[in-house]
Design a protein around this ligand. Structure first.
Ligand code: ZN
Length: 322
């Protein structure tokens, strides 16, 4: 049997092309994402030279390098020109069609399935902001090297280097380091080495969220609250919102205990009306099983006395108890 053809696949944005200088079109004080400007500025990207060295090494060994990018084919001409200008060798370029707005992972997985199903993918180089595709590679036993993100939004990029970092989680990631970083290179290397890679960080965050919502569900059960209705995701979210709300309601009840004697003496009628409306509002919350309702009402559900008072009085008003 003939030896199977090998290829290397490499991403473009944030992998081969360093895009920090144009992220300001997406993340700015206006809070508006100017995708068109972000895309148009791609011609000014700096090339990731140490990575290009690696790709050239693969090509020298007879392994074709395929560029596979979620970047829109609307800027195909600029991209070809950029590749020419920096003399980047490659053997194929797949860009996401301009009218394709599906997640990049779907486009990339489809290209691989349709065109590279019979070849052995030696390695994929991908940005650590494209974790869905990195996961897809892992699931398909394709080795994937992540290229990390630079923290600075550097304008001067004359001095930069690609460094391999072995994270505390034992994963290795390539990071571009620039001359004008907020940290010195040794400091940044140490910070990165001590922490987990982004894949593991995201995983840890997800586990933490799962743990919190399980805890919230348990506490809700202990309290005798009915199970919530909605999708799993909605219920997990709503559960922690509900827990906060009841934490705040508890604080209101405790406060009422403290002021009861005096309030009763000063204005018994008003006090009784208030007690009743608080009780009915809490009852209403206890019977609220629609996860979406909790998510829609999450703003202002602070787990403190003021939050509790604001919540209960707004429910009372909504229900016409006042
Ligand atoms: Zn990791």
């Amino acid at each position: 049997m003939a030896e199977q053809q090998e290829i290397v696949i490499c991403g473009v944005d944030g992998v081969l092309a360093l895009i920090e200088h144009r992220l300001r079109h997406l993340y700015n004080e206006e809070g508006v994402k100017h995708w068109d400007r972000f895309l148009e500025a791609c011609g000014d990207d700096m090339p990731n030279i140490p990575l290009i060295d690696r790709l050239n090494q693969a090509r020298a060994e007879g392994v074709p390098v395929i560029l596979l990018t979620g970047r829109s084919a609307a800027v195909r001409e600029q991209t070809l020109e950029w590749l020419r200008r920096w003399q980047i060798g490659y053997d194929g370029l797949w860009m996401r069609p301009a009218n394709d707005f599906k997640p990049a992972v779907e486009f990339k997985a489809a290209v691989i399935a349709q065109h590279f199903a019979d070849v052995n993918i030696r390695r994929v180089y991908e940005s650590d902001t494209q974790l869905d595709f990195a996961h897809w590679c892992t699931d398909n036993n394709i080795p994937c090297t992540l290229v990390g993100h630079n923290q600075g939004n550097s304008e001067t990029r004359e001095l930069f280097e690609l460094k391999i970092i072995r994270h505390a989680c034992d994963h290795t990631v390539l990071y571009p380091f620039y001359g004008d970083d907020d940290f010195t290179w040794p400091d940044r290397m140490q910070l990165l080495t001590e922490g987990s890679c982004r894949v593991c960080q995201v995983e840890e965050q997800r586990n933490e969220q799962r743990r919190k919502s399980e805890q919230a569900r348990y506490q809700a059960q202990q309290r005798g609250l009915p199970p919530l209705e909605g999708s799993d995701k909605q219920c997990a979210w709503a559960e922690s919102v509900r827990l906060n709300a009841f934490g705040a309601a508890d604080k209101v009840l405790k406060w009422m205990d403290q002021v009861a004697a005096q309030a009763e003496e000063e204005d018994p009628d008003h006090w009784h009306t208030m007690q009743q409306s608080v009780r009915k509002s809490i009852e209403y919350l206890e019977n609220q099983i629609d996860a979406k309702w909790w998510i829609d009402h999450r703003h202002g559900m602070m787990n403190n006395l003021d939050g509790g008072r604001a919540l209960l009085s707004s429910i009372a008003q909504e229900l016409g108890y006042f």
